[in-house]
Design a protein around this ligand. Structure first.
Ligand code: HEM
Length: 311
């Protein structure tokens, strides 16, 4: 009896392990919720057309989700992660995801995870702003808590070595890191995140560019005032981020370190001169980032509401 129950426990553990390690697949919802992807896309397209910055905000939400304990929608839960210094007051788009989730729930009850919705929404945001498309592997499940290490998120004062280490920790190589940083071709940053760069903290900055930023980012106060991460084409997902770096017009210190007489200069030059090379590297890296430590199989849950765990 003891050995029989022991055996059944072993079988259960083996089954759970198989389920837990199930692979993500682009066809995951083809049978269970065939309209899921179209529903997410129309929600994102509507949100981005009424406010282009929303595309940037949704993309950043996905990055901040994946870098903290994997792409498990933990960032959508209020509490620990949202209050972290890298996130507080600077993450947006929760309402858009909640609305899309409501629409998806209306067609397929408790089938499509918030983690997958966010991953697809990030892709659709890039597309809505004119960037490349890619196929998103699906089948992530949602965390039941938000207790990950937000220290894994790189900060705007990071050196090149620190950026490389932060991405390597997530199995993303240096080319992936340079490509993913190209997400800063859209969106905005607050004065407090680039102030030291424009007031003498950095020497590798275009002088006229620094002067133009000072008007809206005083030496003290105005912490939350915004500037475009890509001043050339702020709402277009293109490769201007890299051409900006070539003329020392990266907004954040962590942007300009990618082109600063260092090992990543050639990758920046390549992406600046060949838009197709950037698009392809970006798509590859986004799929890799979206595959960081997903919950699959029977792990986690499919949340009914993205902002809270199921009761
Ligand atoms: C390389 C390391 C990175 C650092 C240090 C970094 C840092 C930052 C900072 C400080 C901001 C401005 C936040 C604010 O002022 O409120 C920002 C914005 C943004 N980041 Fe990054 N980021 C990095 C990589 C990424 C990646 C990998 C993505 C996505 C693939 C991304 C997407 C964005 C977007 C789209 C915005 C604008 C968000 C908006 O306008 O709402 N970033 N990032």
């Amino acid at each position: 009896m003891a050995s029989a129950s022991c055996l059944s426990v072993l079988v259960l553990v083996a089954l759970a392990a198989t389920a837990a390690s199930a692979q993500l697949s682009p066809t995951f919802y083809d049978t269970s919720c065939p309209r899921a992807l179209a529903t997410i896309k129309s929600g994102v397209t509507a949100a981005v057309s009424s406010n282009p910055r929303m595309g940037a905000s949704l993309l950043r939400l996905h990055f901040h989700d994946c870098f903290v304990n994997g792409c498990d929608a933990s960032v959508l839960l209020s509490g620990n992660e949202q209050n972290a210094i890298q996130n507080a007051g600077s993450l947006f788009g929760f309402g858009v995801i909640d609305n899309i989730k409501t629409q998806v729930e209306a067609i397929c009850k408790q089938t499509v995870s918030c983690a997958d919705i966010l991953t697809v929404a990030a892709r659709d945001s890039v597309v809505a702003l004119g960037g490349p498309s890619w196929t998103v592997p699906l089948g992530r499940r949602d965390s039941t808590s938000a207790t990950g290490n937000t220290g894994d998120l790189p900060g705007p004062g990071s050196s090149l070595a620190q950026l490389q280490a932060a991405f390597a920790k997530k199995n993303l190589n240096t080319v992936d890191m340079v490509a993913l940083s190209g997400a800063h071709t859209i969106g905005r940053a607050q004065c407090q995140n680039f102030r030291s760069r424009i007031y003498g903290g950095d020497t590798n900055i275009n002088a006229a560019f620094a002067t133009s930023l000072k008007a809206n980012c005083p030496q003290s106060g105005g912490n939350g005032n915004l500037a475009a991460l890509d001043a050339t084409t702020a709402n277009a997902f293109d490769n201007a981020y890299y051409t900006n770096l070539l003329s020392q017009k990266g907004l954040l210190h962590s942007d300009q370190v990618l082109f600063n007489n260092g090992s990543t200069d050639n990758t920046v030059r390549n992406f600046a001169s060949r838009a197709a090379a950037f698009s392809s590297a970006y798509a590859t890296a986004m799929v890799k980032m979206g595959n960081i430590s997903p919950l699959t199989g029977t792990q986690g849950q499919i949340r009914l509401s993205c902002s809270k765990v199921n009761s």
